[in-house]
Design a binder for this molecule. Structure first.
Ligand SMILES: [Zn+2]
Length: 516
């Protein structure tokens, strides 16, 4: 009897060891070098996707997979889709012709954040509905812009807010947080956000804190314009400390020769704050040129108080004009002089591709006067080559710095940021591939509070990219900033393919992501 049991047991164990489990999946990705968004080394793993989620991650040896679609990722990198925490993609997402979001999609980005720099589409609920109705090519998450809220309540006025106005702004911030914003952004460099005192921002940040959101900021000064870069970083930290919420510094940089190499002291200041328990992080784009509106770059804020018409009225006032021109000159110098200010995008197309110096010469004017001739013809966006490679690398190597594009029309960063960082900084050994991936996926999701994205892990949403290690790279440059990046072979968003064999398939698989 005993003998019989042993035989049966042996038979059973024998069967169990060779019997494989069976898993049905929609998409199976096999043979790829998988970076899961967290670990520092990759693994050869099999990934099974069911519906919009990752259902299986493992070596696959003990299972037979029944898959509708098999992707052989041999020799390629498999990574969570990139999350871009600072973009101006809302302009494209609103436009059904551009809502595919291809400039970001081809970088490997599967989620973009919009509403940065203090400026957001208002009300959020309306735009969320619009995106849902029209369809979008990548996921999108929202921030509420402090400048937008201030303008709703106070217009372009540069005065201090009254108690009642602060209460009204707090109500609107709450409304936007209720609609699903991840937090509040400020653009304290830009009007009208710049007219707000630190205390005013803290009051609004406290509302965000009650909703467990983050404070994202374009600093009041990234160079030597007003209070200075160091003071601006300290202000951001003070806001986070006073309102007790995480601080995220957008596109951290040292803008202009006057502040080059200040990255060392800034890193020390931030590290010290982190040791005190302030949750300070930052994002960064890998370019030496910044880009912004010509007016924002060189016109003093006091001169534009009240808006565009007020600016031209003051400029026309013989008592104010000399001072305006003098300050514009100083700001042009900060950006490296008129020969270093390149118009990359303008309502008046003839200005595009020319430097401020070239335009001034054609007009027979001084550069500061030419600024007003250009502004008179509409909006103009300017790129200025004002960062040093030393500071860029220094910030990039900090574990609390994640990748962002700040993508907007006219600067190559909108099309090239993530692949460029890979090509120029990973391949040249400035940072490791896993650090680049982790700092473009899970770390970004964690600091923003985006649930269940940014990792290749069972139960997570299937936002997955597959790229060719040899060819992944940017093509966009300042001469032609509209070139899609290359080397991305596949992109899955919410479990559905958007890019297959390097080609966009026309699907709009993105969703609007809300704070939970
Ligand atoms: Zn910005």
């Amino acid at each position: 009897m005993k003998y019989k049991i042993v035989i049966l047991l042996t038979l059973f164990l024998g069967l169990a060891s060779c019997k494989k489990g069976r898993i049905e999946v929609d998409i199976l990705i096999k043979n790829g070098t998988v970076y899961n968004g967290v670990d520092s080394i990759p693994n050869m793993l099999t990934i099974g996707v069911v519906g919009d989620k990752i259902a299986y991650v493992g070596n696959g040896k003990h299972f037979d997979f029944l898959a509708n679609r098999v992707i052989d990722a041999k020799g390629m990198v498999v990574s969570p889709g990139f999350i871009d925490p600072h973009t101006h993609a809302d302009r494209d997402l609103k436009n059904p012709e551009e809502s595919h979001n291809n400039p970001f999609l081809f970088q490997g980005v599967t989620t973009v954040v919009v509403g940065n720099d203090g400026s957001s589409d208002y009300p959020l609920a309306k735009y969320e509905e619009l995106y849902k109705k029209n369809g979008i090519g990548t996921n999108v998450a929202f921030l509420v812009g402090q400048g937008t809220i201030r303008e709703k309540v106070m217009g372009q006025s540069d005065r201090e807010a009254t108690d009642v106005e602060v209460l009204k702004m707090m109500e609107l911030v709450q409304q936007e947080m209720d609609a699903g914003a991840l937090g509040m952004s400020t653009g304290l460099f830009y009007a009208p956000g710049s007219y707000a005192s630190t205390e005013e921002v803290i009051e609004l940040a406290k509302v965000v804190r009650q909703n467990h959101g983050i404070y994202d900021t374009h600093l009041r000064d990234e160079g030597a314009y007003s209070i200075g870069l160091v003071a601006a970083v300290k202000e951001a930290i003070a806001i986070g400390e006073a309102a007790d919420l995480p601080v995220h510094i957008s596109h951290i940089k040292c803008l202009g020769k006057q502040v080059w190499k200040q990255s060392d002291s800034l890193i020390t200041i931030i590290e010290e704050a982190r040791k005190r328990g302030v949750r300070v992080t930052a994002n960064q784009y890998p370019y030496e040129a910044s880009a912004t509106g010509l007016k924002a770059a060189v016109v003093p804020r006091w001169a534009e108080s009240g808006g565009r018409d007020s600016l031209f009225m003051r400029y026309g006032d013989a008592r104010l004009k000399p001072q305006i021109l003098e300050e514009v000159n100083m700001n042009i110098d900060q950006r490296g002089g008129p020969e270093n200010l390149l118009i990359v995008n303008a309502d008046h197309k003839e200005f595009e591709g020319k430097t401020l110096q070239e335009i001034a010469q054609e007009m027979g004017l001084d550069a500061n006067e030419a600024v007003f001739e250009i502004l008179d013809k509409g909006y103009a966006r300017v790129a200025s080559f004002s960062m040093s490679p030393y500071d860029i690398k220094n910030f990039m190597q900090q574990h609390w710095v994640v990748t962002s594009s700040d993508g907007n029309t006219g600067h190559p960063r909108k099309y090239g940021t993530f692949p460029r960082k890979y090509k120029e900084y990973v391949k040249n050994g400035v940072i490791k591939l896993a650090d680049f991936i982790n700092g473009s996926t899970s770390r970004t999701a964690d600091l923003l509070g985006i649930p269940k994205r940014g990792k290749i892990q069972e139960g997570y949403y299937a936002d997955i990219i597959i790229f060719d290690q040899n060819t992944f790279g940017d093509k966009a440059d300042y001469q032609d900033p509209f070139q899609l990046s290359i080397g991305l072979q596949y992109s899955l968003i919410n479990g559905k393919l958007s890019v297959e064999k390097g080609t966009y398939n026309g699907e709009l698989n993105g969703r609007t992501l809300k704070k939970e």
